[in-house]
Design a protein around this ligand. Structure first.
Ligand SMILES: [Mg+2]
Length: 241
C-alpha cells in the first residue's frame, strides 16, 4: 500500500516544458533587444550558452537552474555588462513560461482526491523554491499540492538522494511506503528507487524503458497515472469529479 505520494512538477503536473522554455528564451531575448540594444536572437543564443556553461560548471547543483545566471553568464560571453539587464531577462523569461503552462488533464482532480483521502502529498522538484511556488499558484494547485520540496532546500538536485530523504522526512511516511511520480526516468524513477522510495514513470511519449527490469510503475498519461495512484493508495472507489 502506498501511504504518501510525491510529484515532480515540470512536465509532470503541467506541460510541456520545452515549449514553455522556448517562449521564455524568446521573451528574454526580446527584453535584451529592447533594453540593451542586442539583437533578440543573439541575446537568446547567449542565454542558451549561459545555461550550458552553468550546467557544465555546477552540474546537479540547484543554482544551475537560475535564469538570472543564464542571462548573466550569457551576456558576459557576449562582452556585455550583465548588471543592468540579467534580472529583467530572468523576469521576462519566467513571465512567458508562467503564461504558457498547461495543467495536465486530471491533475487537480487527483490532488483533490488524495487531499480528501488523507494521503500526504508533496511536490519534489529540481529548481529554486520561489519560481516553483509561483508555478503552483498559477496552475491553481497551491491548496491541494501539499508540501513543496525543492532541490534549493535539499542542496542537491534529483537524482541525488538528499531531496528524497528531505521529502519523506517532511511527509512523515517511510520511504518504502512513498511513491515518487515523474516524467524524467533518471531523476524521478532511478533517483527515487535509489533512495528507497517506490516510483512511477509518467511516460507520455511512449519511450522504451531505459533500463530493463526497473521495478517501477509506468503510466502513459496523467489520467492513467491517476487511476493507478488511487488504486495503490486504496482510494480507487473515490469519484473524481
Ligand atoms: Mg519533470
Amino acid at each position: 500500500m502506498i501511504r504518501a505520494v510525491l510529484f515532480d512538477l515540470d512536465d509532470t503536473l503541467y506541460g510541456d516544458f520545452s515549449t514553455c522554455d522556448r517562449l521564455g528564451l524568446q521573451a528574454a531575448g526580446q527584453y535584451a533587444a529592447a533594453h540593451a540594444g542586442i539583437p533578440a536572437a543573439r541575446a537568446e543564443e547567449a542565454m542558451r550558452r549561459g545555461r550550458l556553461m552553468l550546467h557544465e560548471a555546477c552540474p546537479d547543483e540547484p543554482e544551475s537552474h537560475d535564469r538570472t545566471l543564464f542571462a548573466k553568464w550569457g551576456l558576459e560571453w557576449l562582452g556585455v555588462n550583465p548588471l543592468p539587464y540579467a534580472c529583467g531577462m530572468h523576469a521576462a523569461y519566467w513571465e512567458a513560461v508562467l503564461g504558457a503552462m498547461q495543467r495536465r488533464e486530471g491533475v487537480l482532480e487527483l490532488l483533490t482526491a488524495l487531499h480528501t483521502g488523507g494521503i500526504p502529498v508533496g511536490v519534489c522538484t529540481n529548481m529554486m523554491a520561489d519560481i516553483q511556488m509561483q508555478k503552483l499558484c498559477r496552475l491553481q494547485l497551491s491548496e491541494v499540492c501539499g508540501l513543496l520540496i525543492t532541490s534549493e532546500e535539499a542542496g542537491r538536485d534529483k537524482p541525488h538522494a538528499p531531496i528524497f530523504h528531505l521529502a519523506v522526512k517532511r511527509l512523515g511516511v517511510p520511504a518504502q511506503d512513498t511513491l515518487m511520480v515523474g516524467d524524467n526516468f533518471n531523476h524521478d524513477v532511478r533517483g527515487a528507487l535509489g533512495a528507497g522510495l517506490q516510483a512511477m514513470w509518467l511516460n507520455v511519449r511512449g519511450d522504451p524503458l531505459p533500463v530493463a527490469g526497473t521495478p517501477a510503475y509506468v503510466a502513459t498519461s496523467f489520467p492513467d497515472a491517476a487511476q493507478q495512484i488511487l488504486q495503490l493508495c486504496g482510494l480507487s472507489g473515490t469519484r473524481q469529479e
